[in-house]
Write a protein that binds this ligand. Structure first.
Ligand SMILES: [Zn+2]
Length: 284
């Protein structure tokens, strides 16, 4: 059974503000145990969290062994102050603050570093990414600093430039990765980085009425087409759902993502996904 290489234990797939508020005073251990127990019942034994600033993923990582689950967390995600990701993680304004945050991740018992190097797909406008991506130089320095401390780096990255920069800077996994060019997909295949496409975050919006299907349908088609190309180029790919994101529910999203990726990759999909997950388990 494949694990889920990208979840957010703190979020619920409904409304992020309310979900975060629910754990703000102190992480709701009962709810975390319920989710871990549900993952275990589905045969899922590996989970990698995207982090949160309220200790929810950290508590989950401490409880997970009781459910036979290996759980990895970055503690919280690290983002540029004022940019995408600060709603759930911690921001820095200069490199000395970044270094301090990496130190905090280590002292809290985080297993790796999660950085945000771009914004989100704009689901209202095909081809558009929200926010400005971080520069290659900053991306490189953030990754090198984490690697020097023995920590792998998971990067939230959308858009061809952001992903290409992160790959050239030596990132260990690319999360989401919307709008990649063939050149970047080849670059992906030449590196040891694993791509976690989280296609279900797009697929589950279709027909919801929140964003235009006229944008979502071609976006999903392009994304899955890129998954197919990446696999044929020999790139590493792993299953991750971004569970907790809007309309992506813990546990059930794993089978949904598996179905999307299997259809896109075709023959040998499960072996490719198993290998990708193994690479993630080794590094993270
Ligand atoms: Zn995420």
């Amino acid at each position: 059974m494949l694990g889920d290489c990208h979840i957010h234990m703190i979020l619920d797939g409904v409304y992020y503000r309310a979900a975060i508020d629910h754990h703000k005073e102190k992480p709701d251990e009962g709810l975390i145990r319920q989710r871990l127990s549900d993952y275990a019942a589905r045969g899922i034994t590996y989970l990698r969290d995207g982090g949160d600033a309220w200790g929810v993923g950290l508590l989950a990582s401490k409880l997970a062994a009781e459910y036979g689950i290996t759980y990895r967390t970055p503690a919280f995600n690290i983002c540029r102050a004022g940019h995408y990701g600060c709603f759930i993680g911690k921001g820095f304004s200069d490199f000395s603050e970044y270094k301090a945050l990496v130190g905090e991740v280590r002292s809290l018992g985080g297993h790796f570093i999660k950085i945000m190097v771009s914004g989100l797909m704009d689901f209202d406008r095909f081809g558009v990414i929200t926010d400005t991506p971080c520069s290659y130089e900053l991306c490189h320095d953030m990754i090198a600093y984490a690697h020097d401390r023995g920590l792998a780096v998971m990067a939230h990255a959308n858009g061809d430039e952001a992903v290409s920069d992160a790959l050239r800077a030596g990132v260990d996994s690319i999360e989401h990765g919307a709008y990649l060019s063939d050149e970047t997909l080849h670059l992906l295949a030449e590196t040891e980085a694993v791509w976690v496409p989280t296609a279900v975050t797009i697929a589950n919006l279709i027909g919801e009425g929140r964003f235009p299907d006229a944008v979502l349908a071609p976006l999903l088609e392009l994304h899955l087409g890129n998954v197919s190309k990446a696999a044929s180029f020999g790139a590493k790919l792993a299953l991750g759902t971004d569970a907790g994101a809007y309309a992506v529910y813990h546990g059930e999203a794993v089978a949904q993502e598996a179905c999307l990726l299997r259809n896109a990759i075709g023959n040998g999909a499960d072996e490719i996904l198993r290998q990708g997950e193994r690479s993630i388990q080794e590094k993270f």
